[in-house]
Design a protein around this ligand. Structure first.
Ligand SMILES: Nc1ncnc2c1ncn2[C@@H]1O[C@H](COP(=O)(O)OP(=O)(O)OP(=O)(O)O)[C@@H](O)[C@H]1O
Ligand SMILES: [Mg+2]
Length: 250
């Protein structure tokens, strides 16, 4: 029962830093070799030395200010991006993370994307057909379900992404602010679905800026600040510390 679903062991993720050019385009051009070298060697750390463990069946919240590294953390779990250093272990099938463009094709329709995900999961044709109906119904996308998803609004994409993630048999569900994008009635449905997924033993990593939501859903919370873990612990304790720090800062 104590098996880990996700383990981050001193994980860092950095990006090349392109902002050097802002230092002056003229200086950049006249010092091209030096400038190119600087760009190539300078990195921006989106996550720095992050370690934590999430056990199978746990629901863990990830909180922190804008740009702290929350979506990067989910992207690494989803395998959309690779860490630059450290070790990352994920045990279980991770639901596609639409927000990061993983697992969905923008030229395919909503229905085709559902099929793609179902087939990749190894469902047979009759299972696929059965699931499609419940996913389409849950998403309430109406005729849009047969339109390519590039024409979807961000709220519609969130509906499709969440519907697929919640209805197919994944073991790990990543939720990045989805409840913030949908309208109120859809938020309520998503919330109910998350509680249901939680009861069924799914491992859930839940990113949100809404502390009431975090408190309702999560057993433990990881607070990320300045691209590293500030605190991990029981939900109430971490949320209280986070809110207090926000008050003091602003
Ligand atoms: N593809 C990228 N290239 C360069 N920098 C990036 C890239 N993606 C993210 N970053 C940077 O990494 C940092 C962490 O970003 P991330 O999206 O993980 O933040 P977040 O905690 O999810 O923020 P938010 O609450 O605004 O969603 C940010 O400073 C961001 O600018
Ligand atoms: Mg984010």
């Amino acid at each position: 029962m104590n098996e880990n679903a996700i383990v981050f062991d001193r994980v860092s993720k950095s990006y090349p830093l392109y902002h050097h050019i802002i230092g002056g385009i003229k200086r950049f051009i006249f010092n091209l070799p030096g400038a190119i070298k600087a760009i190539k060697t300078s990195r921006y750390e989106a996550l720095n030395d992050v370690s934590f463990e999430i056990r199978k069946g746990e629901t863990v919240g990830v909180i922190g200010r804008n740009g702290a590294g929350k979506s990067t953390t989910l992207g690494l779990i989803a395998g959309v991006m690779q860490c630059t250093s450290g070790r990352l272990t994920v045990n279980g099938r991770v639901a596609p993370l639409l927000e990061l463009g993983a697992g969905f094709n923008h030229e395919l329709t909503g229905r085709e994307n559902i099929m793609l995900n179902a087939v990749l999961l190894g469902l047979n044709i009759s299972e696929v057909k059965e699931r499609i109906e419940s996913i389409v119904e849950f998403s309430e996308l109406g005729d849009f379900i047969d339109q390519p998803i590039r024409v979807y609004s961000s709220g519609m994409l969130a509906r499709l992404g969440f519907s697929v993630a919640a209805h197919l048999n994944f073991e790990i569900l990543l939720v990045d602010e989805v409840l913030g994008v949908g309208d109120q009635q859809f938020q309520k449905k998503c919330y109910d679905k998350i509680i249901e997924a939680k009861k069924s033993g799914m491992t859930i990593v839940f990113v949100s800026h809404s502390m009431p939501e975090i408190e309702r859903v999560c057993g433990r919370v990881i607070w990320i600040e300045n691209h590293t873990v500030k605190r991990i612990g029981e939900t109430k304790e971490v949320v209280t510390a986070y809110l207090k720090a926000q008050e003091n800062n602003g």
